[in-house]
Design a protein around this ligand. Structure first.
Ligand SMILES: NC(=O)c1ccc[n+]([C@@H]2O[C@H](COP(=O)([O-])OP(=O)(O)OC[C@H]3O[C@@H](n4cnc5c(N)ncnc54)[C@H](OP(=O)(O)O)[C@@H]3O)[C@@H](O)[C@H]2O)c1
Length: 330
């Protein structure tokens, strides 16, 4: 039998259990060109909160009753597509469910012989590519420059800082709590990390960035963004990747220090990873090379069972995850 999680109601604020439903159905059978996949890992990502809403965004939201959107990593069970055979490991946009039939053209075959399959949902997958293209094309740090990233211990942020170090820049994280900051500096090798939940963020950031900020990789928005704006250097760059602090707010935060863009001629550019679709092979190779060289560490937060996915998503939105949030399905 297949097990799926569907959207049962549109949440107001943080989602709750009753906004989701667990549905059992027959395992589907692949049609021509399709592949039946058994998901082993489900990725939980902040963008999923946006899909629960009808607000205008870069992708249309779900309808009530739809299977929740999500990427999985799993194994081909049956194939009617020439490029896939049973046993192949793939990532797929198959949603919050154990089994799914998809056209083979939508799947991505991965080599999980040297790294865990789950890494293709994190540092070697979509979050890793987001970090790579945002850093390469928008932040573009030069050796010796200072790169600051928020949500620094997370799936995207951890890769941003490790890329900064690999490219000769100074990496400074912003994260919630001492444990996350210790991990960012001691395990990931960032030069400094500021705990935004304790002390004076502005003063602590200034101490961590004595020469100001040349690149900011924005993952959270809100007051953190306003504080960073005031410490950005002349001709600095900002990649706006995510604004998670707004995602469950009834009223979005109004930025106060927008003027800093004018005064310091800051380049601010929004980033949606699929705009780089044609260059995914470049990003994948760069990340895999970095991992093979031992310069790309990954940490995962794992919950077991599809029924844990709603709890995992709410936890992610509250910062309870520590590293890439995954659901183990097999
Ligand atoms: N544009 C794109 O194409 C793209 C692709 C992937 C991800 N993203 C964005 O990148 C960001 C990071 O995603 P991820 O998958 O790597 O998630 P993540 O960092 O692994 O997890 C989310 C983290 O956000 C932080 N957070 C939550 N609420 C916060 C708040 N109110 N204020 C400050 N920080 C808060 C928490 O870390 P702390 O405990 O440190 O606060 C939490 O652990 C998100 O904004 C996401 O939407 C964008």
């Amino acid at each position: 039998m297949n097990r799926q999680i569907t959207l049962a109601a549109r949440p107001d604020g943080f989602p709750k259990d009753s906004d989701f439903a667990l549905v059992e159905s027959e395992t589907p059978t692949p049609g021509p060109g399709e592949v039946l996949i058994r998901a082993h890992w489900l990725s939980l990502d902040p963008y999923m909160r946006g899909r629960l809403s009808q607000a205008k965004s870069y992708v249309k939201g779900l309808e009530v009753g739809d299977v929740m959107t999500g990427e999985t990593a799993g194994e081909v069970v049956e194939s009617k597509h020439p490029k896939f055979k049973p046993g192949d490991k793939v990532t797929a946009p198959s949603g919050w469910q154990l089994y799914c039939c998809l056209n083979g053209d939508l799947l991505n075959k991965v080599d999980a012989s040297k790294v865990p399959l789950s890494y293709f949902l994190g540092s070697l997958g979509m979050p890793g590519r987001t970090a790579y293209f945002g850093m390469k094309d928008i932040c573009a740090p030069k050796p010796g420059e200072t790169v600051v990233v928020s949500a620094a211990s997370g799936a995207v942020g951890s890769v941003v800082g490790q890329l900064a170090k690999a490219w000769g820049a100074r990496a400074v994280g912003i994260a919630g709590g001492k444990a996350k900051c210790d991990y960012v500096t001691k395990e990931l090798g960032f030069d400094a990390c500021v705990d935004y939940k304790s002390g004076d963020l502005s003063a602590n950031l200034k101490a961590a960035c004595p020469k100001g900020i040349d690149c900011y990789f924005e993952n959270v928005g809100g007051k953190i963004l306003d504080t960073v704006f005031m410490q950005m250097n002349l001709k600095s760059r900002m990649a706006v990747c995510g604004l998670i602090s707004d995602s469950n707010a009834t009223e979005t935060y109004g930025v106060k220090n927008f003027r800093a863009i004018l005064v310091n001629r800051i380049t601010v550019r929004g980033l949606i990873v699929f705009d780089w679709l044609e260059r995914y092979p470049e990003g994948n190779k760069a990340l895999q090379d970095l991992a093979a060289a031992g310069k790309l560490k990954t940490r995962e937060s794992v919950l077991e069972g599809i029924e844990q996915a709603p709890k995992g998503l709410v936890g992610l939105l509250k910062g309870e995850n520590f590293g890439k949030q995954l659901i183990k399905l097999a």
